[in-house]
Design a protein around this ligand. Structure first.
Ligand SMILES: *[C@@H]1O[C@H](CO)[C@@H](O)[C@H](O)[C@H]1NC(C)=O
Ligand SMILES: *[C@@H]1O[C@H](CO)[C@@H](O)[C@H](O)[C@H]1NC(C)=O
Ligand SMILES: *[C@@H]1O[C@H](CO)[C@@H](O)[C@H](O)[C@H]1NC(C)=O
Length: 389
């Protein structure tokens, strides 16, 4: 029996034979994926439809789409349980439009979390990231449910990501193996490493780690998103990399440990983080630091891991803050519009821990930042001006 995928492949080769020109990258056909076996034939087509199916545990669902292709989900996809490194899904190609139509990718993270609650720090091997978006173009309208560990890794340049609902809320529940702590761990929402011209908008993340982590890249915009339950919106951690021109705009952050954070490694070398702009963000229920800019990573966090053994908030007395390095120059941190942060009673409002006045430079205009609640933090070696905190 001819499957649609095979028909599509035949059409594609007919097109290739029709002309003396080199084979076009784009084949005018519709390829339908209802199992991994359909992918090879379907991914050469301009239109790719994903039906509901289950990806066997231990295998990657990779779509290496033709240039200009449109990928549309017509059903939910479930990823079978297996202890392996992942990723579970990879979408790549140039100028590719991926529209999930509101369908769900089921990661079954709960099956991993129930074993240890350790995320990437131990226990069973958990596939990560859930999905790698390597396609330049767009990626939208997908619900990503229960990522075993990190959720969405962004590599496509340029790419616009909209309407993604990352829901790891079930991971908030403790279980008998997770020491009374949330069973989900290291379930970062969006991770960007070395991708330029990335827009992430109109999305939501409920998780147990960073909502956004930018490890490298230029021209990154994170706007109109909602973050619940995690570790805040982060630049870093940075070991040896460049992050330039990041706009964090009109986001709502609720019940996260940190609010807005820049973390650079104490041992980092030859790196820069420049032009970070926060505009019109609203944060509430922040339990550790409203704003934390720290050049001593991971010492700060390392101490938090110590605190994590006990059911107490990870708030460090000043004598426990790590020794910062100077290998990353942070040049320019600006708040514009109206940014408001309310922190809980045990939290610090704003803490800045720079290695020296030559590693935190440029304009640090905090005038458009108001932080309330908790206790004052300390500002070390940074040219901060303005702000109410
Ligand atoms: C990208 O693909 C769309 C069709 O999805 C097409 O209309 C457009 O011309 C393409 N743009 C580029 C720069 O290739
Ligand atoms: C994102 O949300 C804003 C405001 O709700 C809306 O104006 C915009 O059209 C949305 N964009 C996309 C791509 O959904
Ligand atoms: C960043 O955006 C600017 C302005 O649009 C553009 O000129 C520059 O090429 C972009 N940088 C990268 C690395 O794409």
């Amino acid at each position: 029996m001819l499957t649609l995928g095979v028909i599509c492949a035949l059409l594609a080769s007919a097109f290739a034979l029709d002309t003396d020109l080199p084979a076009p990258t784009v084949k005018r056909c519709t390829g339908t994926i209802s199992s991994l076996a359909d992918v090879a034939a379907a991914q050469v087509c301009t239109t790719i439809i994903i039906n509901s199916f289950t990806v066997p545990g231990g295998q990657i669902f990779t779509i290496n789409a033709a240039t200009g292709a449109t990928i549309t989900m017509a059903g939910d996809v479930t990823f079978g349980f297996a202890e392996w490194a992942g990723p579970l899904m990879l979408v790549s190609g140039q100028n590719v439009t991926f529209n999930g139509n509101g369908h769900t990718l089921f990661g079954q993270g709960d099956l991993y979390w129930m074993r240890d609650g350790l995320g990437g720090n131990g226990g069973v091997t958990k596939p990560a990231p859930f999905i790698r978006v390597n396609n330049a173009g767009s990626f939208s309208n997908v619900r990503i449910l229960n990522a075993p560990e990190r959720s969405v890794a962004v590599k496509g340049s340029p790419v616009t990501i909209s309407g993604i609902m990352i829901d790891n809320s079930l991971g908030d529940l403790p279980n008998s193996r997770s020491n009374g702590l949330p069973a989900g761990h290291n379930t970062d929402g969006f991770g960007i490493s070395n991708a330029n011209n990335v827009i992430i908008q109109n999305s939501s993340v409920h998780n147990q780690d960073d909502c956004l982590a930018v490890n490298g890249g230029t021209n990154i915009t994170f706007q109109n998103n909602v973050c619940v339950g995690g570790h805040g919106i982060s630049i870093g951690s940075i070991a040896s990399n460049v992050v330039n021109n990041v706009h964090i705009t009109e986001n709502t952050v609720m019940s996260n440990t940190n609010g807005l954070r820049i973390k650079t490694d104490a041992t980092a070398t030859a790196s820069t983080v420049s032009n970070i702009v926060y505009t019109n963000n609203k944060l509430s229920g922040i339990t550790e630091f409203g704003v934390l800019i720290d050049q001593s990573y991971p010492d700060t966090l390392g101490l938090c891991f110590f605190f994590i053994l006990f059911p107490v908030p990870c708030v460090q007395p000043s004598w426990l803050i790590g020794t910062p390095g100077t290998g990353v120059v942070i040049n320019g941190v600006t708040f514009s519009g109206t940014n408001t942060i309310s922190v809980t009673s045990v939290a610090k409002r704003v803490s800045v821990n720079c290695g020296s006045t030559s590693s935190c430079v440029g304009t640090w205009n905090f005038a458009a930042l108001t932080v309330t609640g908790g206790a004052a933090g300390t500002i070390r070696d940074a040219p901060v001006t303005g702000g109410l905190f």
